[in-house]
Design a protein around this ligand. Structure first.
Ligand SMILES: [Zn+2]
Length: 293
């Protein structure tokens, strides 16, 4: 009976020490408006705003990718990256903070991004050590902030309801008609409601409808993960999340336990598509069960 426990344990400890290999990752830029580009690589989608004398990026993926990201940016606009703005604290969005900061960038994020990076996270599921001091935002905001990168062109940063985490922000490039929704939007996948970081499915759904109400049919929407989308696709996604929520809440109100709901598979129809990514059906059902009002 050495078997299963030691196997699980060694797989687990290997997982903790294994260095993920980013050698094969390429950073692919796609221009979505006059001065905004999306950089696809590994981790959260990056938005690059090319200012007159400096660059701004929203999120910065993983630390080993910083050189490649910076190289790609320099091909587009040779000015330095002066500001890094984070949509939330997760490592696939903030992993490059320290590298960019050491290259002269100012890190900006919501107050709770600062708090969570500073303390790290220790839970049964994850053990994330406190971030290096250089990775911490030196400017943080509680509600909203505006940055002007060209004459009459601004980035509007604003904190939204607890959703993916309790420190989520949207970044709206008003003049470019582009918005970055961070991980409130996992395009074509079940979303991640990080309960241990204060996530909440109800907040996510209302944030998505709120974003939809601010934009028009031409707006380019950058999700945290997945392809760029338009307003119609955002509303379809919000409607789907609302339906998923409803299906689980109904069963919960009938008195079903989470184990029974997992057994019933109320979202079976979508599990092969929406559940094929980072968030498996079971995790998503649990997130709704635990956080829906
Ligand atoms: Zn995330």
């Amino acid at each position: 009976m050495k078997s299963i426990f030691s196997l699980i344990f060694s797989a687990f400890s290997l997982g903790l020490i294994a260095q993920r290999n980013f050698d094969g990752v390429q950073i692919e830029p796609v221009q979505v408006s006059e001065n905004v580009y999306v950089l696809f690589g590994s981790g959260g989608n990056i938005a690059l705003v090319a200012g007159e004398n400096q660059n701004y990026i929203i999120d910065d993926q993983f630390a080993p990718l910083s050189d490649k990201i910076n190289f790609t940016i320099q091909q587009i606009n040779p000015n330095p990256v002066a500001y890094v703005l984070n949509t939330h604290w997760h490592g696939d969005h903030t992993g490059g903070n320290a590298n960019f900061a050491m290259n002269g960038a100012t890190i900006i994020a919501h107050d709770r991004v600062y708090d969570r990076l500073k303390t790290g996270q220790q839970s049964a599921r994850r053990n994330i050590p406190p971030a290096a001091i250089e990775a911490l935002p030196t400017i943080s905001f509680s509600d909203q902030l505006k940055l002007r990168y060209r004459e009459d062109a601004e980035i509007h940063a604003f904190h939204v309801n607890d959703a993916h985490t309790d420190g989520d922000s949207f970044y709206y490039f008003v003049t470019e008609n582009v918005i970055h929704l961070g991980d409130n939007f996992f395009n074509e996948r079940y979303p991640y409601v990080d309960i241990s970081s204060g996530g909440d499915i109800d907040g996510m759904i209302s944030n998505l409808y709120m974003a939809a109400s601010m934009i028009d049919d031409e707006t380019v929407i950058i999700p945290g993960h997945g392809k760029v989308a338009n307003k119609r696709q955002l509303i379809d996604y919000a409607n789907l999340l609302d339906l998923f929520r409803e299906l689980v809440v109904e069963l919960r109100e009938e008195g079903k336990s989470i184990e029974e709901i997992i057994e019933i598979r109320p979202l079976a129809e979508w599990d092969d598509t929406y559940g094929s990514g980072f968030i498996a059906p079971e995790a998503f059902l649990r997130a709704i069960f635990e956080t829906a009002d």
